[in-house]
Ligand binder design. Structure first.
Ligand code: TTP
Ligand code: MG
Length: 351
């Protein structure tokens, strides 16, 4: 019989509209106006990094082409990405967070998980810590964040999203199953547009809910998605046993490149691909990592994106090895379509 898992108390913290909020803090007269941080609106190929909630009212969001953002909200304040500054603010904020609980996994510049299981005895105590963290970040850095508390990472993140901005939400274990039942399946981490489409087709419904996806047998999910399928099966029930990892191991090293102009010039494409491959290999070498496999990505002019992975095990992987293994994959994408290429990339999974 398997040992019963100890109950956990996990917190997810995510800064609200992070880059844009920092800009607002630095320029108080921006408050109340739509603020967009991202590429120059004159740059036809750039995208929105993020925007404040005033801008979101116009339909603006992360990843949207900046030209579209300008059309939807011409009077917004458009600002460039000042990444070095955001990194400094992030470091100050997460130094505060870490004081409250050292078992912290930082996910990105504005997001982290805490495992409070050994630090507190109840969800109530966890909420108290959440309040203190929010208060201290506000007092010292004048930045608001949202916090979710639940029994695992997935549910904590969902809780956090539910009360954005400036929220603090608990999902108690007794509520887990019910809370996500009527949500769309994209609430489950790992379900992107492609997996959603596969599940929708399998169920014969357009926009499947978690409750509907629970009807699918584990065996069928594994048939559809391989190992990920069994993970989805658990997550549809709100089960996520992934631990909070304090020291994140590098899992992959990748490089990508967006062409200044969409192109089908294969000489140009493969020249860039070669440079990316050699760059990845040199980074592998510097980090003393070995390559387990590579993933090649190709995005076309209309943003249709294809990725393909192969396992790959030479002893000391060189740029030439990555290039030689990657070229056929890339060629396959390009020859199957007559569209121009916008972006290419290569990522090595490491061990
Ligand atoms: P998010 O936490 O996804 O977004 P956010 O903090 O701007 O807004 P929210 O209130 O919904 O949490 O991302 C954190 C930062 O990462 C964001 O401020 C900018 C950057 N980012 C990008 O540069 N590009 C992207 O596509 C996304 C999603 C984020
Ligand atoms: Mg955020």
């Amino acid at each position: 019989m398997s040992k019963k898992k100890e109950k956990r108390i996990i917190m997810h913290i995510d800064m609200d509209y992070f880059f844009a909020q920092i800009e607002e803090r630095e320029n108080p007269h921006f408050k109340g106006h739509p603020v967009v941080v991202g590429a120059d609106p004159a740059d036809k190929r750039g995208v929105v990094s993020t925007c404040n909630y005033e801008a979101r009212k116009y339909g603006l969001k992360s990843g949207m082409p900046i030209t579209r953002a300008k059309k939807l909200c011409p009077d917004a304040i458009f600002l460039p990405v000042n990444m070095n500054f955001y990194k400094k603010v992030s470091a100050l904020i997460f130094a505060i967070v870490k004081k409250h609980c050292s078992k912290m996994e930082k996910i990105s510049l504005d997001e982290a998980y805490l495992d409070l299981s050994k630090r507190v005895r109840s969800f109530k105590e966890a909420v108290k810590i959440g309040r203190s963290i929010k208060k201290e970040i506000w007092q010292k850095e004048k930045i608001t964040c949202s916090i979710g508390v639940a029994e695992n990472k997935m549910m904590a993140k969902i809780a956090c999203e539910m009360e954005k901005p400036d929220g603090l939400k608990v999902i108690y274990p007794s509520q887990t199953y019910q809370v996500i039942a009527d949500m769309g399946i994209e609430v489950v981490p790992g379900i992107g547009p492609k997996s959603k489409q596969i599940i929708a087709r399998f169920l014969g419904v357009e926009d499947p809910s978690v409750k509907q996806a629970r009807e699918i047998k584990k065996r069928d999910l594994v048939d559809l998605f391989g190992k990920r399928g069994s993970d989805f099966f658990d997550k549809f029930k709100g089960v996520d046993n992934s631990p909070v990892v304090t020291k994140r191991e590098i899992k992959s090293i990748g490089r990508e490149y967006t062409f200044k102009k969409d192109t089908r010039d294969s000489e140009k494409i493969f020249k860039v691909f070669k440079a990316l491959s050699y760059d990845v290999a040199s980074s592998l070498h510097n980090k003393k990592k070995r390559c387990k496999g590579i993933t090649v990505v190709c995005r076309f002019e209309d943003f249709e994106t294809h990725t393909k992975q192969i396992s790959f095990l030479p002893k000391n992987c060189t740029g030439k090895d990555i290039y030689k293994k990657g070229v056929p994959l890339l060629l396959d994408f390009i020859t199957k379509k007559s569209k121009k290429v916008r972006l290419i990339g290569v990522r090595a999974t490491v061990f």
